[in-house]
Design a protein around this ligand. Structure first.
Ligand SMILES: Nc1ncnc2c1ncn2[C@@H]1O[C@H](COP(=O)(O)OP(=O)(O)OP(=O)(O)O)[C@@H](O)[C@H]1O
Length: 252
Protein backbone atom coordinates (compact mmCIF):
# COMPACT_ATOMS: atom_id res chain seq x y z
CA UNK A 1 0.00 0.00 0.00
CA UNK A 2 2.70 2.48 1.05
CA UNK A 3 4.84 1.32 -1.82
CA UNK A 4 2.02 1.93 -4.30
CA UNK A 5 1.46 5.43 -2.91
CA UNK A 6 5.06 6.35 -3.67
CA UNK A 7 4.61 5.78 -7.38
CA UNK A 8 4.36 8.80 -9.62
CA UNK A 9 0.81 9.95 -10.40
CA UNK A 10 0.36 9.68 -14.19
CA UNK A 11 -3.35 10.59 -14.37
CA UNK A 12 -4.74 13.20 -11.98
CA UNK A 13 -8.28 14.51 -11.74
CA UNK A 14 -8.15 17.47 -9.39
CA UNK A 15 -11.60 18.80 -8.47
CA UNK A 16 -12.93 18.35 -12.01
CA UNK A 17 -16.42 19.68 -12.71
CA UNK A 18 -18.30 20.08 -15.97
CA UNK A 19 -21.51 22.09 -16.13
CA UNK A 20 -23.91 22.18 -19.05
CA UNK A 21 -26.09 25.10 -18.02
CA UNK A 22 -27.25 24.24 -14.51
CA UNK A 23 -26.64 20.50 -15.05
CA UNK A 24 -23.45 19.04 -13.61
CA UNK A 25 -22.20 16.13 -15.75
CA UNK A 26 -19.25 15.87 -13.33
CA UNK A 27 -18.86 17.54 -9.96
CA UNK A 28 -15.58 17.95 -8.07
CA UNK A 29 -14.15 14.63 -9.22
CA UNK A 30 -10.69 13.94 -7.77
CA UNK A 31 -8.57 10.81 -8.06
CA UNK A 32 -5.12 9.67 -9.13
CA UNK A 33 -3.82 6.77 -11.17
CA UNK A 34 -0.22 5.96 -10.34
CA UNK A 35 2.48 4.63 -12.62
CA UNK A 36 1.84 0.99 -13.56
CA UNK A 37 -1.71 0.83 -12.21
CA UNK A 38 -4.75 -0.34 -14.13
CA UNK A 39 -7.71 1.45 -12.61
CA UNK A 40 -11.30 0.66 -13.56
CA UNK A 41 -13.63 3.65 -13.82
CA UNK A 42 -17.11 2.39 -13.03
CA UNK A 43 -20.53 3.95 -13.08
CA UNK A 44 -24.01 3.47 -14.55
CA UNK A 45 -25.04 4.99 -17.89
CA UNK A 46 -24.87 8.76 -17.78
CA UNK A 47 -22.82 8.84 -14.55
CA UNK A 48 -20.19 11.12 -16.07
CA UNK A 49 -17.42 8.68 -17.03
CA UNK A 50 -16.97 9.88 -20.61
CA UNK A 51 -17.20 13.52 -19.54
CA UNK A 52 -14.48 13.01 -16.92
CA UNK A 53 -12.29 11.12 -19.40
CA UNK A 54 -12.71 13.86 -22.01
CA UNK A 55 -11.57 16.42 -19.43
CA UNK A 56 -8.61 14.24 -18.45
CA UNK A 57 -7.49 13.99 -22.07
CA UNK A 58 -7.88 17.73 -22.73
CA UNK A 59 -10.61 16.98 -25.27
CA UNK A 60 -13.06 19.24 -23.42
CA UNK A 61 -12.26 22.03 -20.97
CA UNK A 62 -13.32 21.56 -17.36
CA UNK A 63 -15.68 24.17 -15.89
CA UNK A 64 -13.64 23.86 -12.71
CA UNK A 65 -10.57 21.95 -11.62
CA UNK A 66 -7.53 20.60 -13.36
CA UNK A 67 -6.55 17.49 -15.32
CA UNK A 68 -2.93 16.32 -15.37
CA UNK A 69 -1.31 13.64 -17.51
CA UNK A 70 2.26 12.70 -16.56
CA UNK A 71 2.29 15.91 -14.54
CA UNK A 72 1.21 18.16 -17.43
CA UNK A 73 -1.86 20.33 -17.08
CA UNK A 74 -4.05 19.32 -20.03
CA UNK A 75 -5.29 22.84 -20.61
CA UNK A 76 -1.92 24.65 -20.44
CA UNK A 77 0.47 21.94 -21.67
CA UNK A 78 -1.80 19.74 -23.74
CA UNK A 79 0.79 18.97 -26.42
CA UNK A 80 3.37 17.78 -23.90
CA UNK A 81 0.73 15.79 -21.99
CA UNK A 82 -0.59 14.25 -25.21
CA UNK A 83 2.84 12.84 -26.01
CA UNK A 84 2.37 10.57 -23.00
CA UNK A 85 -1.28 9.80 -23.66
CA UNK A 86 -3.18 7.33 -25.81
CA UNK A 87 -6.96 7.88 -25.79
CA UNK A 88 -9.61 5.51 -27.07
CA UNK A 89 -12.86 7.49 -27.16
CA UNK A 90 -16.19 5.72 -26.67
CA UNK A 91 -17.01 5.75 -30.37
CA UNK A 92 -13.44 5.84 -31.64
CA UNK A 93 -12.46 8.06 -34.58
CA UNK A 94 -12.28 5.27 -37.11
CA UNK A 95 -12.13 5.96 -40.80
CA UNK A 96 -14.50 3.30 -42.07
CA UNK A 97 -13.50 3.37 -45.73
CA UNK A 98 -9.81 2.93 -44.93
CA UNK A 99 -8.03 -0.34 -44.23
CA UNK A 100 -6.05 -0.68 -40.98
CA UNK A 101 -2.86 -0.46 -43.08
CA UNK A 102 -3.93 2.80 -44.67
CA UNK A 103 -5.22 4.28 -41.43
CA UNK A 104 -2.13 3.45 -39.39
CA UNK A 105 0.10 4.81 -42.14
CA UNK A 106 -1.94 8.03 -42.24
CA UNK A 107 -1.87 8.54 -38.45
CA UNK A 108 1.81 7.62 -38.17
CA UNK A 109 2.67 10.33 -40.70
CA UNK A 110 0.38 12.80 -38.94
CA UNK A 111 2.39 12.10 -35.80
CA UNK A 112 5.64 12.78 -37.64
CA UNK A 113 6.79 9.18 -37.87
CA UNK A 114 8.65 8.25 -41.04
CA UNK A 115 10.85 5.52 -42.55
CA UNK A 116 12.05 2.67 -40.34
CA UNK A 117 10.67 4.27 -37.18
CA UNK A 118 7.20 4.40 -38.76
CA UNK A 119 7.40 0.76 -39.89
CA UNK A 120 8.60 -0.36 -36.47
CA UNK A 121 5.79 1.39 -34.63
CA UNK A 122 3.13 0.07 -37.03
CA UNK A 123 4.54 -3.47 -36.71
CA UNK A 124 4.51 -3.12 -32.92
CA UNK A 125 0.87 -2.01 -32.64
CA UNK A 126 -0.29 -4.61 -35.18
CA UNK A 127 1.36 -7.24 -33.03
CA UNK A 128 0.03 -5.93 -29.68
CA UNK A 129 -3.51 -5.61 -31.03
CA UNK A 130 -3.41 -8.84 -33.09
CA UNK A 131 -4.41 -7.18 -36.34
CA UNK A 132 -2.30 -9.00 -38.90
CA UNK A 133 -5.21 -10.99 -40.34
CA UNK A 134 -7.31 -7.91 -41.14
CA UNK A 135 -4.77 -5.36 -42.31
CA UNK A 136 -6.14 -5.09 -45.85
CA UNK A 137 -9.89 -5.22 -45.15
CA UNK A 138 -11.91 -2.00 -45.03
CA UNK A 139 -12.53 -1.08 -41.40
CA UNK A 140 -16.29 -0.87 -42.12
CA UNK A 141 -16.27 -4.65 -42.86
CA UNK A 142 -14.54 -5.67 -39.64
CA UNK A 143 -16.27 -7.13 -36.58
CA UNK A 144 -16.84 -4.80 -33.64
CA UNK A 145 -14.04 -6.51 -31.72
CA UNK A 146 -11.55 -5.87 -34.50
CA UNK A 147 -12.80 -2.29 -34.90
CA UNK A 148 -12.07 -1.71 -31.21
CA UNK A 149 -8.60 -3.16 -31.59
CA UNK A 150 -7.94 -0.99 -34.66
CA UNK A 151 -8.97 2.02 -32.53
CA UNK A 152 -6.64 0.85 -29.81
CA UNK A 153 -3.76 0.41 -32.27
CA UNK A 154 -4.14 4.02 -33.36
CA UNK A 155 -4.06 5.20 -29.74
CA UNK A 156 -0.80 3.26 -29.25
CA UNK A 157 1.10 4.42 -32.32
CA UNK A 158 3.24 7.00 -30.55
CA UNK A 159 4.00 4.51 -27.75
CA UNK A 160 2.35 6.50 -24.95
CA UNK A 161 2.95 5.44 -21.35
CA UNK A 162 -0.58 6.40 -20.25
CA UNK A 163 -3.83 5.02 -21.71
CA UNK A 164 -7.37 6.27 -21.21
CA UNK A 165 -9.81 3.77 -22.67
CA UNK A 166 -13.50 4.59 -22.73
CA UNK A 167 -15.51 1.36 -22.59
CA UNK A 168 -13.23 -0.68 -24.85
CA UNK A 169 -15.41 -3.78 -24.48
CA UNK A 170 -18.85 -2.16 -24.85
CA UNK A 171 -21.10 -4.03 -27.24
CA UNK A 172 -18.69 -6.89 -27.88
CA UNK A 173 -19.53 -10.58 -27.73
CA UNK A 174 -17.75 -12.78 -25.15
CA UNK A 175 -15.08 -13.94 -27.60
CA UNK A 176 -14.36 -10.41 -28.72
CA UNK A 177 -14.20 -9.29 -25.09
CA UNK A 178 -11.58 -11.96 -24.44
CA UNK A 179 -9.50 -10.65 -27.34
CA UNK A 180 -9.69 -7.03 -26.20
CA UNK A 181 -8.93 -8.01 -22.59
CA UNK A 182 -5.92 -10.03 -23.71
CA UNK A 183 -4.64 -6.93 -25.47
CA UNK A 184 -5.27 -4.78 -22.39
CA UNK A 185 -3.45 -7.24 -20.14
CA UNK A 186 -0.41 -7.06 -22.39
CA UNK A 187 -0.57 -3.28 -22.32
CA UNK A 188 -0.94 -3.22 -18.54
CA UNK A 189 2.49 -4.85 -18.21
CA UNK A 190 4.16 -1.61 -19.27
CA UNK A 191 1.59 1.17 -19.12
CA UNK A 192 -0.64 3.11 -16.75
CA UNK A 193 -4.29 2.58 -17.67
CA UNK A 194 -7.64 4.11 -16.79
CA UNK A 195 -10.42 2.00 -18.23
CA UNK A 196 -14.11 2.83 -18.06
CA UNK A 197 -16.66 0.08 -17.97
CA UNK A 198 -19.93 -0.95 -16.48
CA UNK A 199 -19.07 -4.61 -16.58
CA UNK A 200 -18.26 -5.74 -13.06
CA UNK A 201 -16.45 -8.90 -14.16
CA UNK A 202 -14.05 -6.65 -16.02
CA UNK A 203 -13.10 -5.07 -12.73
CA UNK A 204 -12.41 -8.42 -11.10
CA UNK A 205 -10.53 -9.69 -14.13
CA UNK A 206 -8.27 -6.72 -14.70
CA UNK A 207 -8.15 -3.87 -12.23
CA UNK A 208 -5.78 -3.09 -9.36
CA UNK A 209 -8.06 -0.34 -8.14
CA UNK A 210 -11.53 1.03 -8.78
CA UNK A 211 -13.03 4.50 -8.99
CA UNK A 212 -16.85 4.62 -8.95
CA UNK A 213 -18.83 7.65 -10.09
CA UNK A 214 -22.55 8.25 -9.80
CA UNK A 215 -24.52 11.28 -10.99
CA UNK A 216 -21.27 13.12 -11.63
CA UNK A 217 -19.80 12.53 -8.17
CA UNK A 218 -17.09 10.19 -7.03
CA UNK A 219 -18.64 7.65 -4.65
CA UNK A 220 -15.80 5.13 -4.18
CA UNK A 221 -12.07 4.95 -4.69
CA UNK A 222 -10.15 1.95 -3.47
CA UNK A 223 -9.27 -1.66 -4.15
CA UNK A 224 -11.58 -4.37 -5.47
CA UNK A 225 -11.73 -6.10 -2.08
CA UNK A 226 -12.89 -2.88 -0.42
CA UNK A 227 -15.62 -2.57 -3.02
CA UNK A 228 -16.67 -6.16 -2.45
CA UNK A 229 -16.88 -5.52 1.30
CA UNK A 230 -19.40 -2.74 0.66
CA UNK A 231 -21.57 -5.35 -1.07
CA UNK A 232 -21.03 -7.90 1.74
CA UNK A 233 -18.93 -10.01 -0.59
CA UNK A 234 -20.84 -9.27 -3.77
CA UNK A 235 -19.65 -6.74 -6.37
CA UNK A 236 -23.11 -6.43 -7.98
CA UNK A 237 -24.54 -5.54 -4.61
CA UNK A 238 -21.77 -3.01 -3.97
CA UNK A 239 -22.36 -1.35 -7.35
CA UNK A 240 -26.08 -1.20 -6.66
CA UNK A 241 -25.71 0.26 -3.18
CA UNK A 242 -23.30 2.95 -4.46
CA UNK A 243 -25.17 3.83 -7.65
CA UNK A 244 -28.75 2.55 -7.36
CA UNK A 245 -31.78 4.77 -6.84
CA UNK A 246 -31.45 4.42 -3.06
CA UNK A 247 -27.86 5.67 -3.25
CA UNK A 248 -28.81 9.03 -4.70
CA UNK A 249 -32.15 9.47 -2.96
CA UNK A 250 -31.76 8.43 0.68
CA UNK A 251 -35.40 9.19 1.47
CA UNK A 252 -36.79 7.03 -1.35
N1 LIG B 1 -22.52 18.11 -24.41
C1 LIG B 1 -23.41 17.83 -23.47
N2 LIG B 1 -24.44 18.66 -23.20
C2 LIG B 1 -25.35 18.38 -22.23
N3 LIG B 1 -25.31 17.28 -21.46
C3 LIG B 1 -24.30 16.42 -21.68
C4 LIG B 1 -23.30 16.63 -22.67
N4 LIG B 1 -22.42 15.60 -22.63
C5 LIG B 1 -22.87 14.77 -21.66
N5 LIG B 1 -23.99 15.26 -21.08
C6 LIG B 1 -24.76 14.63 -20.00
O1 LIG B 1 -23.90 14.43 -18.93
C7 LIG B 1 -24.20 13.20 -18.25
C8 LIG B 1 -22.95 12.34 -18.20
O2 LIG B 1 -22.67 11.87 -19.51
P1 LIG B 1 -21.44 10.90 -19.83
O3 LIG B 1 -21.45 10.63 -21.28
O4 LIG B 1 -20.21 11.49 -19.23
O5 LIG B 1 -21.83 9.61 -19.00
P2 LIG B 1 -21.17 8.16 -19.00
O6 LIG B 1 -20.97 7.79 -17.57
O7 LIG B 1 -20.00 8.13 -19.88
O8 LIG B 1 -22.36 7.29 -19.58
P3 LIG B 1 -22.37 6.04 -20.63
O9 LIG B 1 -21.93 4.87 -19.84
O10 LIG B 1 -23.80 5.97 -21.01
O11 LIG B 1 -21.44 6.40 -21.75
C9 LIG B 1 -25.35 12.56 -19.03
O12 LIG B 1 -26.56 12.90 -18.37
C10 LIG B 1 -25.27 13.23 -20.37
O13 LIG B 1 -26.53 13.29 -20.98
Amino acid sequence: MTKQDERRPMIEAIGLSKFYGPFAAAREVSFKVREGELVAFLGPNGAGKSTTMKMLTGYIAPSEGEARIAGYNMMDDRIEGSRHLGYLPESGPLYMEMTPTGMLDFFAEARGLTGAKKRDRIDAVVDICDLSSVMYKPIAKLSKGFKQRVGMSQALLHDPDVLILDEPTAGLDPNQIRGVRRTMRRLAETKTILLSTHILQEVEAMANRVVVINEGRLVYEGDVDGLRTIGKGDLDEAFHSLTGVEASKPDA
